[in-house]
Design a protein. Structure first.
Ligand SMILES: *[C@@H]1O[C@H](CO)[C@@H](O)[C@H](O)[C@H]1NC(C)=O
Ligand SMILES: *[C@@H]1O[C@H](CO)[C@@H](O)[C@H](O)[C@H]1NC(C)=O
Ligand SMILES: *[C@@H]1O[C@H](CO)[C@@H](O)[C@H](O)[C@H]1NC(C)=O
Length: 581
């Protein structure tokens, strides 16, 4: 096979594409809906029967969803007349025949009930290097549990959770997990837990926890700084943020190696003043890493929602951005188009955009503690110039308040679900009933007007087994771009033209799917891979090869399953699953 080099981006190609689109239109192909920027919402399911408080996509393209077991009856029956009889259950100790967890099959758009015995309320999770979901903690009888959900193969519709009691040393309710380069989870915090531990334990008799005064010091008067924001930095240390302060922790030596300045204003940004946070996309062989923290609620907001007056204070409109690898780091403040608390931040697979989605414009996290949903997501473009980074998107009509979540799917859509600000499932007589629906938000890159630019990965197979790769290895990706195929056909047959209309700058990204709950997408990570020059496959119009080099170390990309996307300009392909170890 002969490969030809393709030159970089140029204006001629954009012009060619416009002409091509014009021709396609004249030729009777239906015009794309002119929605332009703003994205699209779609209701996938009116009710899957459980509320998506926690969500994790696995590499079988199924999303594991669960809420809490002591919410009363859900709207999804356990199969075969099965009931959960758990004497420690607080609401239905005599038996609950409904499910509190479900597995959602993305392609089939169906959910099936899963069985979970102990309480998973406000817990945390990590995908283990073997691809299974390891969920930790919860409440009541679930405080110290670890539960594993395997990746069911093929048509398997029966696999389910397995649970292990006393797997953790401390009670972990509202804790955060971060996967480490050795594949273990670092588990930090939780209510009245000023410590961290690791899971799995090297030795089952290991009951060590490491005390962490920082968590005690950063509690605000409302006692809270739950679900700390944790990101694995490129030097192997952990960036840990709570409320308005942050440190860099060498967890191997339990040493604080850097203390960051207080985030301006001092307003709290962790539960219940829940903002959100991401580690921004990493470049190939990165020498710097940046963190973005957005939204939250002013100090005192939670208290204000209680008592007779019930005041819902407007949420924070600010984001703070900081180079966590700088020797003298400083926060840079930016302002969002709207106030937001309980938002979620999801890195989009083109590596150029961050979605800020869900949540409220006032109040805080907690029962009945917000009154105005923020229906419109915002896209943040980290590489645009300051002042030109935020763009408000199309609004949904579904409130996504406390206990809502969102995850990125392999096809580039965001799966949005949950919202239950009530102490039980409550479908009536309340302003914001418990939401059992699932929606998809399709960012602008999925607009039909981008179809001709959208790369399609041909190999490795997008639907086959995950490609197995090692650190530093090269991955050859073959992909096609419809626009360039058509253009070349018009110019007199496959392979005859020298043009590459429709092919813009090609990049390859690698994304760790997140465990999302309570406004935090744990373990979320996006890396740009180093790519060699894109080469056209001779004889196959519009088909190209690009060779991508995997990250060099497990510090950059902890072992496990990632989605890899080919990105043409700003338009990502559907991803493929890759297993790195
Ligand atoms: C849930 O079930 C209740 C009781 O059967 C019913 O009234 C309600 O409409 C259902 N809600 C949803 C959102 O499916
Ligand atoms: C909120 O209320 C608690 C309990 O009444 C009180 O201890 C705390 O100081 C209050 N916090 C703020 C920020 O007002
Ligand atoms: C739902 O909320 C209303 C209003 O607070 C309350 O009266 C009702 O008891 C709640 N229902 C359940 C099932 O908790």
């Amino acid at each position: 096979m002969e490969l030809r080099s393709v030159r970089g981006n140029d204006h001629a190609r954009h012009l060619a594409l416009l002409l091509l689109l014009a021709c396609a239109f004249a030729g009777g192909i239906a015009p794309a809906t002119a929605s332009g920027a703003g994205g699209r919402w779609e209701l996938l399911q009116r009710s899957i029967g459980v509320s998506a408080m926690h969500m994790q996509l696995l590499h079988n393209d199924r999303v594991i969803i669960f809420d809490r077991t002591d919410f009363g009856r859900s709207n999804l029956s356990l199969p075969g007349g099965r009931c959960r009889v758990n004497p420690r259950e607080r609401v239905l100790p005599a038996g609950d025949c409904t499910a509190h967890s479900a597995e959602y099959d993305v392609a089939a758009n169906v959910a099936r009930p899963l069985f979970v015995f102990t309480d998973t309320w406000c817990s945390s999770g990590t995908v283990a290097p073997d691809g299974s979901l390891v969920q930790t903690g919860g409440w009541n009888d679930g405080y110290r549990c670890a539960r594993t959900m395997p990746v069911c193969g093929g048509g398997d519709r029966s696999c389910d959770w397995s649970e292990k009691q006393d797997a953790l040393t401390a009670n972990r309710w509202y804790a955060t997990n971060q996967i480490l380069p050795d594949g273990r989870a670092f588990i930090i915090g939780g209510r009245r837990q000023f410590s961290y531990e690791f899971y799995p334990k090297a030795d089952p008799s290991d009951t060590s926890v490491v005390q962490m005064p920082f968590l005690m010091q950063t509690r605000d008067p409302e006692e809270n700084n739950l679900y700390p924001f944790v990101h694995l930095s490129i030097d192997g240390n952990l960036f840990i943020f709570t409320n308005n302060r942050a440190i860099l922790l060498d967890y191997k030596r339990n040493k604080v190696v850097r203390t960051y300045p207080v985030l301006a204003g001092g307003d709290p940004r962790n539960y219940p003043s829940s903002g959100s946070s991401v580690l921004l996309p990493l470049s190939p062989n990165p020498t710097e890493a940046e963190v973005l923290v957005c939204g939250g609620a002013p100090s005192g907001s939670y208290n204000s929602t209680k008592g007779g007056a019930r005041i819902f204070v407007p949420a924070l409109t600010t984001c703070g951005r900081i180079k966590i690898t700088d020797a003298s780091p400083a926060w840079v403040i930016e302002t969002m188009p709207s106030p937001r608390v309980m938002g979620d931040m999801i890195l989009l697979p083109n590596g150029a955009e961050v979605a800020i989605i869900n949540g409220a414009a006032d109040g805080t996290a907690g029962w009945e503690a917000a009154s105005t949903p923020n229906y419109a997501p915002v896209i943040y473009r980290p590489n645009h110039s300051p002042g030109d980074r935020f763009e408000e998107q199309a609004a949904t009509g579904v409130p996504r308040l406390y206990h809502s979540s969102v995850v990125l799917l392999r096809d580039g859509r965001l799966l949005v679900g949950g919202s239950n600000p009530h102490i039980y499932y409550n479908f009536s007589d309340v302003r914001y009933p418990t939401e059992l629906s699932l929606e998809a938000f399709s960012p602008e890159y999925l607009d039909p007007s981008n179809d001709l630019l959208r790369p399609r990965i041909l190999s490795p197979s997008p639907t086959g087994a995950a490609a197995s790769v090692t650190y530093g290895a090269k991955l050859a990706l073959k992909f096609s771009v419809p626009a360039s195929a058509r253009r070349r056909r018009r110019r007199g047959g496959a392979g005859a033209g020298s043009g590459s209309g429709g092919l813009e700058e090609v990049s390859v990204t690698m994304v760790a799917p997140s465990f999302t709950t309570h406004s935090l997408a744990m373990n979320q990570r996006l890396l740009f891979l180093e790519v060699a020059k894109t080469a056209a496959v001779r004889g196959l119009a519009g088909t190209y090869y690009v060779s991508a080099t995997m990250p060099a170390t497990a510090v950059l990309a902890p072992p496990g399953y990632y989605m890899v996307f080919v990105v043409n300009g700003h338009v990502p392909s559907e991803g493929i699953w890759v297993h790195i170890q």
